[in-house]
Design a protein. Structure first.
Length: 318
């Protein structure tokens, strides 16, 4: 069966309306059609009245069916845009989300004020998205991406190579629950998006559970290990679920870490707080307490979120 590209787009969009709002269904349909056809959005627009061959028709139908069954778009495409970087992603890593971009931006702003040639550790790195975002902005930084999962590190290594950052970014297998290898040395900053779905339904795949569930990462251990890996004036920046936010702050005090910034993340107005982004330093200091709402009630991004992230986040119109 052959169809015009414009017809394929409309058919895909209609099917996706069962699972996505109208404005997003159109964007997703266009991305899927671009992916299976190898054409850019501009080429699809220009070729709208041309006929696609049967292979494109079938591939688009398969991709839409995967979406309808609940598979994330990023895993279908095999890539995702994050902070201006096109990243390879697989089910072995979590997909960078809106709050991930927020913690990356905050870490970057702090890293820009570090001494020259700072050493930065992205712990529990997954795809490497946060560490690579920092390396892309802090041009003299030496960044280490660390994860326990070999599969996740393989994805991170591919992303390092994809962006030609091998000279400044390295990948190391490390267990956040164990004493860090001596060869890692000291860092000026540690940033981490650790496992966080404390009470979420566990998925049947053990690999994804390791990336998703906080019961495998003890915050006591995280701070104890960070204290040994940071220089005396080093900084620790992490994102945690709101339900453990105060526990994390209280735990940090035991190891000499004091909050310098607390950013409370809300998905929408009137919704409960979802995440805390916490920045710690050694020694007492004033703490900035702020909140960030990501989405308007209609699903569009708020002005505050766009101001924080729009310079490099390419999916802000989604």
């Amino acid at each position: 069966m052959v169809m015009k590209y414009s017809e394929l787009y409309r058919q895909a969009r209609k099917a996706l309306l069962d699972i996505e709002p109208a404005h997003q269904a159109g964007v997703t349909a266009r991305e899927l059609l671009s992916f299976v056809s190898g054409k850019t959005a501009a080429e699809l627009l220009a070729d709208g009245e041309k006929y696609a061959d049967g292979r494109v028709v079938q591939a688009l139908e398969d991709a839409v069916n995967r979406m309808v069954r609940g598979e994330p778009l990023a895993y279908i495409l095999g890539e995702w845009e994050f902070y201006g970087l096109k990243l390879h992603v697989t089910p072995d890593v979590l997909i960078p989300r809106d709050d991930t971009c927020a913690v990356a931006e905050i870490a970057i702003r702090q890293a820009l004020f570090l001494d020259s040639n700072p050493r930065i550790l992205d712990l529990c790195t997954g795809s490497g998205c946060i560490g690579l975002a920092i390396a892309s902005r802090v041009k003299d930084a030496k960044v280490t991406l660390a994860d326990l999962s070999r599969e996740a590190l393989a994805v991170a290594k591919k992303n390092v190579a994809l962006h030609h950052m091998g000279g400044r970014v390295s990948c190391v297998q490390a267990d956040a629950m164990k004493e860090p290898p001596a060869f890692l040395g000291k860092f000026d900053m540690i940033v981490s998006n650790p496992p966080y779905f404390v009470d979420a339904l566990r998925c049947p795949d053990a690999q994804r559970n390791a990336a998703r569930h906080a019961d495998q990462l003890n915050y006591e251990v995280l701070f104890a290990q960070s204290a040994t890996m940071l220089h005396p004036d080093g900084q620790l920046c992490i994102i945690v679920p709101s339900e453990v936010g105060q526990l994390v702050v209280d735990t940090a005090w035991k190891y000499g870490f004091h909050p310098r910034k607390q950013l409370h993340i809300f998905t929408k107005p009137q919704k409960p707080c979802r995440r805390w982004i916490l920045s710690f330093g050694i020694g007492l200091s004033a703490c900035q307490n702020e909140k960030l709402i990501i989405h308007q009630p209609d699903g569009s991004y708020t002005a505050d979120y766009q101001q924080l992230t729009s310079e490099f986040y390419l999916h802000l119109k989604r």
